[in-house]
Design a protein around this ligand. Structure first.
Ligand code: CA2
Length: 148
């Protein structure tokens, strides 16, 4: 069995995690999340590539380049969740199993955060568990790919 390779994408402003507004998004930095994801990946026997960008097109480029290199995508699209047809189209085009994660429970927040352009083309969405959403999401994605 060849090692699964998972692409982890973080959307805009997530580079500020732990550095700004800890009362909303917590004290954990993006580096902490990526380090823990690497640990979880080792336990699961998969490899990971993590990428953050504040630019929609850069995220679209990563998704397009994932074809043939990655078996699945774990994504926190951040604000692009609620705005980006471009990210959704790219994910639909590569057709790789995708799990959407959010730190906060977007359904408990402002109405404009309740809608996700990504959710209808994702395997599933995990939100509201802080950084734990990512680790749960990774496990769910790997289990989903292995069960196919
Ligand atoms: O809860 C999530 O993970 C979100 O994807 C976070 C996005 C927000 O737009 C989504 O509705 C839900 C915002 C990420 C901004 O991250 C910051 C971190 C620290 C300081 C400021 C922003």
């Amino acid at each position: 069995m060849s090692t699964l390779n998972i692409l982890v994408l973080h959307g805009p402003n997530l580079n500020l995690l732990g550095l700004r507004e800890p009362e909303i998004y917590g004290a954990t930095t993006l580096k902490d999340i990526n380090t823990r994801l690497e640990k979880e990946a080792k336990i699961l026997g998969v490899s990971l590539h993590c990428f953050q960008s504040n630019h929609e097109g850069a995220l679209v480029d990563q998704i397009q380049a994932a074809l043939g290199k990655f078996s699945g995508i774990l994504i926190n699209p951040a604000a692009y969740t609620h705005t980006s047809v471009a990210l959704r189209d790219a994910l639909a085009a590569v057709n790789l199993p995708t799990v959407e994660v959010h730190l906060s429970n977007i359904h408990q927040r402002e109405t404009f955060r309740h809608h996700s352009y990504i959710a209808p083309i994702a395997v599933g969405q995990i939100c509201g568990f802080g950084a734990e959403s990512y680790y749960l999401g990774l496990r769910a994605l790997v289990n989903h790919i292995r069960a196919r």
